[in-house]
Design a protein around this ligand. Structure first.
Ligand SMILES: NC(=O)C1=CN([C@@H]2O[C@H](COP(=O)(O)OP(=O)(O)OC[C@H]3O[C@@H](n4cnc5c(N)ncnc54)[C@H](O)[C@@H]3O)[C@@H](O)[C@H]2O)C=CC1
Ligand SMILES: N/C(=C\C=C\C(=O)O)C(=O)O
Length: 487
């Protein structure tokens, strides 16, 4: 919808209707630094209306059969797929990611999320045990919980939001989604498809705005018993505090400081291009991205030389350029934060081998104020450095040598996060041994980001609470009851 100054103006989606808001936020095109869209700056009033709509829709939606709900999800997947190109263009512009990534990863995965949970929800079973000596049979039943708050970040906007909406509504809940205020457009576009897909009014409500205003009103609302959140650890702490008085169910998917461990028997022809991708895909703005690369000393020099060559070929370009490997970072503030880590590394005596401050970035005049930076490789950095400890969430990776298996396991585990590790080795015994000892919710060996949606996804330590996936999401979005029958 065109609004003030011909710019796109989004509206909240509550009870099946698009509703204007009394105030709006500016949303920037990361590739130019210009305002191109206005996003509702919602607050308590909008949350109250969304809760009312979600509450009214719950009895009807939760009493439909899984098959009926599944059909609605399948129709929504089909409609999203029919709009794939339009959604990909919008996601790329709104987030700064390349059009290629939006086309081949973000939007296809959003479609797949609905298809996957439309199917998996049909195959959930409950438990039953016998106690014949007492003449008892025990079984479990599961029921949707109620109104779910779904809060998502800006890095994979529709991908991560639909990863929450799909299982929540498949299980019979009604939802209030709050996308990141920095990337709201594709969620709003999805709302335009809900009625046609057969989603009844009030089953999916979307309120736009900032975390401190609308986010906090949502998570502290007494009639919202469960919260699924993906984002940063400080925000997760705040949400935990606000929800604690109500004992809400929480699923928290947080950040990472993910190690790649490259042993001397690794296949470098596969390892190097994959590790460039795992470090810099989506501008390094994926919680699963590699940011600490431990390389066995005997191959360290060769690895570094080849890794740098490959990184220099990783093309930074405007998001609409189909040949670009990397687009713009999400915001000016985020770009400055990422750059500040390079400055700190320099002050600590680390070497910046390529990228920020070393190589020149060529951009068209229109994009000079965009939030671009080059993929950056740091070496000679200590494990205690903030670049090796903190989540940078940008196109920055550190490469350091190691000597033994035991040493590298200790060092890889020596951070507060525990989300995703990669292990590169041709020795199958070592791969299993190391994977087992890493403190990490996910370990990819000789590959990265191959997702099996059935299996648990999530992190340990400060990387999160709970898991998502076919069974895990179903369990989170339902309440279980154990029934004992004496016969
Ligand atoms: N999945 C991940 O691991 C992600 C990690 N991050 C990390 O977080 C850093 C900051 O990025 P942000 O966008 O500020 O992440 P954030 O955690 O503040 O934002 C994520 C979502 O939470 C909402 N939110 C923020 N404060 C809230 C509050 N008090 N109550 C309820 N909802 C709230 C935001 O509006 C957004 O929808 C990044 O630099 C990166 O390090 C960011 C995005 C995703
Ligand atoms: N949660 C994030 C990525 C998830 C990817 C997936 O489910 O495949 C993130 O980057 O925040």
């Amino acid at each position: 919808m065109a609004g003030r100054g011909g710019l796109l103006m989004l509206e909240n989606f509550i009870g099946g209707k698009f509703l204007p808001c009394s105030s709006y936020l500016d949303s920037y095109d990361p590739s130019t630094g210009e305002v191109y869209c206005h996003v509702p700056d919602s607050g308590e009033e909008e949350v109250e209306a969304a809760v009312e709509a979600a509450r009214a829709a719950f009895p009807g939606w939760s009493s439909r059969s899984p098959q009926e709900r599944s059909q609605v999800l399948q129709r929504l997947a089909d409609l999203l797929e029919q709009s794939l190109e339009e959604l990909a263009q919008a996601e790329s512009r709104d987030q700064g990611k390349t059009i290629t990534l939006a086309r081949t990863m973000d939007i296809p995965r959003a479609v797949q999320n609905f298809r996957f949970f439309a199917s998996s929800t049909l195959h959930q079973t409950s438990e039953c045990t016998q106690m014949d000596h007492l003449g008892c049979l025990h079984y479990t039943v599961r029921a949707p919980v109620g109104i779910a708050a779904l809060i998502s970040p800006w890095n994979l906007p529709l991908y991560l939001l639909t990863w929450k909406i799909a299982p929540a509504i498949a299980a019979g809940n009604t939802v209030i989604a709050k996308p990141s205020e920095l990337t709201s457009v594709t969620a709003w576009m999805m709302c335009r498809l809900l009625e046609k897909a057969g989603v009844p009014p009030g089953v999916v409500n979307v309120v736009f705005g900032t975390g401190p205003r609308v986010g906090e009103a949502l998570v502290s609302h007494p009639d919202v018993p469960l919260i699924s959140f993906t984002g940063s650890q400080p925000t997760a702490e705040r949400i935990t505090q606000l929800s604690a008085p109500h004992c809400k169910k929480l699923s928290l998917e947080l950040g990472g400081k993910n190690p790649a461990i490259v042993f001397e028997d690794a296949n470098l022809d596969e390892c190097i291009p994959t590790t460039v991708r795992s470090s810099f895909a989506n501008q390094g703005e994926i919680c699963l991205c590699t940011s600490r690369i431990f390389v066995q000393r005997s191959i360290y020099s060769e690895f570094l030389k080849r890794f740098l060559e490959a990184t220099r070929k990783w093309k930074v370009g405007i998001p609409s350029d189909p040949s670009a490997d990397m687009g713009a970072l999400i915001s000016k503030a985020h770009l400055e934060k990422v750059r500040s880590y390079i400055k700190k590394a320099r002050l600590e005596g680390a070497q910046i081998l390529c990228g920020e401050g070393v190589d020149k970035l060529n951009l068209p005049p229109r994009n000079q104020a965009g939030y671009f930076m080059l993929p950056t490789v740091i070496t000679d950095v200590k494990d205690e450095s903030c670049c090796m400890k903190e989540e940078i969430f940008g196109p920055v990776t550190c490469v350091v040598p190691f000597d033994s298996e035991e040493e590298v396991i200790q060092r890889a585990n020596g951070v507060k996060y525990g989300l995703a590790a990669t292990v590169w080795s041709g020795n199958v015994g070592r791969v299993h041994r190391v994977a087992k000892r890493l403190q990490s919710g996910l370990v990819w060996t000789n590959c990265w980001l191959i997702r099996e949606l059935n299996l648990p996804f999530g992190g340990m330590k400060s990387s999160g609470v709970g898991r998502e996936g076919a069974r895990d999401s179903y369990e989170f979005f339902t309440e279980v009851k154990t029934i004992t029958v004496k016969h």
